[in-house]
Design a protein around this ligand. Sequence first.
Ligand code: ADP
Ligand code: MG
Length: 687
Amino acid sequence: MPVQFLKGVGPARAKTFAQLGVQTVGDLLEYFPRDWAFTPRAVKINQMRPDRTATIVGLVESTDYQTFRRRPIFETMLSDETGMCRIVWFHGGFLRDQLRPGQVIMASGKVTSYKHQLQMTNPKFLILDKKYSKPSEYFGGGIYPATARLSSMQIKRIIRPVLDNLDELVDEFYDRKFLKKNSLIGRKDAIGWIHLPPDEERLARAKRRLKYDELFLMQLGLALRRYRCKHCSSSAPMRCSDEIDHRIRKRFPFLLTADQDNSIAEIVGDMCEAEPMNRLLQGDVGSGKTVVALYAALLAVANGTQVAIMAPTEILAAQHFLSIERYLKNSKVRRVLITGGLTGKKRTELLGQIAGGRMDIVVGTVALLEKDVEFAKLGLVVIDEQHKFGVHQRAQLRKQTTPQCLGLKATPIPRALAMTAFGDLDVSIIKHSPPGRGTVITRWVDRRDQQKAYEFIRERLKAKRQAYFVYPRITNTEGDGRDSIGIKAATDGWKNLSGQVFPEFSVELLHGQMPSAKKREIMAEFRRGRVDVLVSTVVIEVGMDVPNATIMVVEGADRFGLAQLHQLRGRIGRGEAKSYCLLFAETESEIAKNRIEIMTRSNDGFQIAEHDLRLRGPGELFSARQHGLPDLRIANIVEDYELLVMARKNAFELVSQDPALAKGEHKNIREALLAKFGDSLGLADVA
Ligand code: ADP
Ligand code: MG
C-alpha cells in the first residue's frame, strides 16, 4: 500500500517521502530511526539538582506571560507534594493557548538556578490529562532522518498508528527453532521496537534482528549471484597435464613460493571445471601475483584459447606487458599490448588478428572492453585491481562468451569487505612474499629533521641507489586552486630537489598529465638507473618494479590514505638491500597521525587494511552500490562483523539446499529479497 493513503500523508507528503526512498507502508516500516530517546524517569520537585536535566510531574498552579522583557517569557508555577518549581519558556507566547492552571503536566529539561531558586528553562512538556497522552510515546521513540519538509516528529506521528497493524504487515522469515538457536527475536517485535522501544535492552534486540536480516538478505543475494555464475553458465573446461605444468614452470627463473603454488592449484582446479572461474587473487604488492596470473594465462593458451589481461591505466598495462615479456622471451606465444595510441591501419590489423584467433595474449586497459575488440575464443580474462572496473563493465565482458575470470588485487581486502564487496567471488591469497626481499624501515620525519633526511638520502644516492619522491598533487596552481594552500606539489618539489637539494644528481619529474611517450621514456630511464631521483604523484602507486630503488619519500604523507601509503611503500624493498620509507608530514589531525604511526609499526598489508577500515569506517571504503549491492540501512559491516559471518554462513547454506528459494517455508524470504534487492542484484528471475 502506498504511503499516501496513510493518515497524515497527502500527495505532497507522499512526494517528500518518495525522496527519502519511502513509497510503500513496507518501506516506511523499514525507514529506521537514526537515534532513539527514552522516557526519562520522573523525580519529585525537591529532588531536582541544578545543572542536570530532570523530569517532573506536577500541577500547573499559575501561568503568566511577560512581554515587557527584552525576550518575552511564558512562565508557570508547578507544584507537587514536595514543593513548587518555576518553569519558563523564552518566546513562549504560543503557550498561552495550551497551558492553563489546573492541568497536570510532565516537563523534562535542564534545571537552572535563578535568584537562589531552582527553575526549569525551555523544557519539553506533555499535558497528562489529555485522553491519549502516553509519556513514553511523546518523550521516547525514534528520531528519524528528517528533511526540511518533514520533521522527525511528523514522521513519528505518521508511523505510530501503523505499528498497531504489524500482525498483518510483517512476515516472519525463519522458523522458531532457528530464531531460538541464534538468539534472534521475531521480526514483528523487532520492527515494533525499533520505532518505539520500551527500553534500551529491547531496542538492542530489535537492532540485532534487523541488522541480521539486512545482512542475511545481502548475503543471500551474493550467494545466488555466485550460484548462478557457477551453474547457469558454462565454459569449456581446460586440461592441465604434468607436461603443460612443466613447460609453464620452465618460464620462471625461480621456484614458486608455497603460496604461489597453492593459488595456482586453486586456479587450475577452477579452470579444469565446466563452471567458469570467478576468483580473486589477493596479495601485497610484489608478492608474486603476476607470475600466478601468467601461469593461468599460459594454461589457457595451451588449451587453445585467448587471454585478455586488463589493467586500470595504460602505464600499468604497459608494465604488465613488460613483465610478461621478461618471462616469455623466445616463446611462441603471440602477445600484444593494445593502447589508445594505437590507431589507423595498425590497429585494424591487430584487431583482425585478435578476431581471427591469431593472437594469444592481449594486454590493455578497459579499452579492451570496447566493442571493436573481438576475440575469436576468449578463454581467460585477468583483471588487475578489479574494483576499479565497474560491475557493469565486467558483466559486459562476460556476455561475449563465458571466459574464466581471474581478478588481481594488490590492496589486501579486510575480512568484512571480502565478505561483501567481493562476497560472490572465490578468493586465493598470497600471504608471504618471495624470499630475498630486504626489510623496509619506515620513519615519520617532521620538518626539523628534513635536512638530516636529505643528507641520509644523499649518502644512498652516492652509493648508486635510487629514490622516489611522491607528492599529493601535481601543481599548486591548477584547477580551482581552492584548498591548495600548504599542500605539497610535485612540480615545486621537483624544482627544489633538482635545483637546491640534489643538484649533483639526475632528478626527473613524472606525472599523469604528461604525454604517454614522455612518461614511458622517463620510466625506462629510471629503470635503467640513469635517473637517480624520480619525483612524482601517485602514478607510481602500482606497477613500478625497480629493485635498486631503496628509498621512498612521501611528502605530505598526512594527505594519503593508509591503503595508498602501503601501496606506495610496496615500490621499495623489492631487492635484497634494506629500504627506507620516509614519511614527511606536519599534521594536527589525529586520524592522520594514527595512519602514519600504523605505517611505521607494520609492514603487513592485511593488518594495515583492517586498521584502514576501522579508521575510515565502511562508509568510505565500501560503497555498496558501486559493487552492485543494495545500501545497508542499519547494519555496519565492521561493527556487526559477527552477524555478518553468521548471515553469510546461513545464506550460503540456504542456497545450497534450495537454490531457487522455491520451498514454501522460504516464500517470505524470497519475496523480501526480490522486493529489496531484486534490481541491484539482477535477481528478477529468481522467482
Ligand atoms: P605482484 O604482481 O604481486 O606485485 P610480481 O609477480 O610482479 O608481484 O613479483 C614481484 C617480483 O618478485 C618480480 O620481480 C618477480 O620476478 C619476483 N618473483 C615473483 N615470484 C617469485 C619467486 N617465487 N621467487 C623469487 N622471485 C619472485
Ligand atoms: Mg604485478
